[in-house]
Design a protein around this ligand. Structure first.
Ligand code: ATP
Ligand code: MG
Length: 272
């Protein structure tokens, strides 16, 4: 038995082997004791390797000898297990959209962190709470999926009003640029914006910003394939859609990896 544990800013991801079977599970990072109790009970004697920003804190709660591994190393090692073999053969960009976003170039055995942005899943949850009062992730993504970005976002064609725009008129000219003076959320009055529409625009903004960063980074490193991972895509079809369509529009080749958010945990498990 053994477990690799990636304790991130929002979620603890665990990849473990017990009785010869490999399994994955998650806990909340704001309840680290639950993860520690579970590990002590389910894997009382197994070697553990931890990674992620809250790895050391969780290790202290577990209270026995554990291994530690740098987060980016773990993520880049673990992603190999999840990719279709053909994809890993040439260099690609890896974008880990977690609480925040971290971007890496992976070329064979080499990997390099080339940047990131504070825009990520945490931004979606934080702005959603401020704008709508919805606190729970499930409620936020469910509401967002019913929304329409057309209410708050200004497109290029809105600015060019019937004239021939110099770029695709359907592109976003300004995220939230269509919010007019006095607008409020959810009042139902003329000019107000529904919670659903506001949330759809928040997600669109994060998705476009992340994809923009990635296509530029990919171009700078001469790669086309961009692999997107992170729990931020879980249950969040609008985010996936925004990232996918903008990446394609800019000539990149987006891939979304099933269970990709467990890359760090799998990388840590591999270390044991
Ligand atoms: P980081 O790597 O930045 O330290 P992390 O590893 O905790 O953070 P992920 O688990 O990859 O990050 O993604 C966290 C994001 O996933 C949240 O910000 C939120 O948008 C989304 N998310 C998905 N499922 C949940 C959930 N059950 N509860 C809270 N957030 C969730
Ligand atoms: Mg993470």
């Amino acid at each position: 038995d053994a477990a690799g544990i990636d304790a991130g800013g929002t979620l603890v991801k665990i990849a473990y082997v017990k009785g010869g079977v490999r399994r994955l599970c998650k806990f909340r990072s704001d309840r680290l004791t639950e993860a520690a109790d579970w590990l002590r009970k389910e894997l009382p004697a197994a070697p553990l390797c931890l990674t992620g920003g809250k790895g050391a804190k969780l290790a202290a709660l577990i209270g026995r000898d554990t291994e530690m591994m740098p987060e980016f190393e773990a993520t880049c090692a673990g992603i190999r297990l999840l990719l279709p073999p053909a994809l890993g053969e040439s260099a690609f960009l890896l974008a880990n959209v977690g609480t925040g976003t971290s971007v890496h170039v992976i070329d064979g055995e080499r990997n390099l962190r080339i940047g990131g942005t504070g825009l990520g899943g945490g931004t979606i949850v934080g702005l959603a709470r401020l704008l709508t009062g919805l606190d729970e992730y499930e409620a936020i993504v469910t509401a967002a999926a019913k929304g329409d970005r057309g209410t708050a976002d200004l497109k290029v064609r809105h600015i060019y009003e019937g004239m021939e725009p110099p770029i695709d008129g359907d592109l976003t000219a300004s995220n939230f640029g269509r919010v007019f003076p006095g607008a409020v959320i959810g009042s139902g009055e003329e000019g107000s914006i529904s919670r659903e529409d506001a949330l759809a625009s928040v997600i669109g903004m994060v998705g476009e910003a992340v994809a923009t960063l990635c296509v530029h980074a990919a171009a700078a490193h001469g790669v086309k394939t961009i692999v997107y991972i992170g729990s931020s895509f879980n249950g969040n079809a609008p985010l996936r859609q925004a990232v996918e369509s903008y990446t394609r529009f800019r000539g990149g080749e987006p891939h979304f990896v099933e269970n990709g958010e467990f890359s760090g945990a799998l990388g840590a498990l591999l270390r044991l």
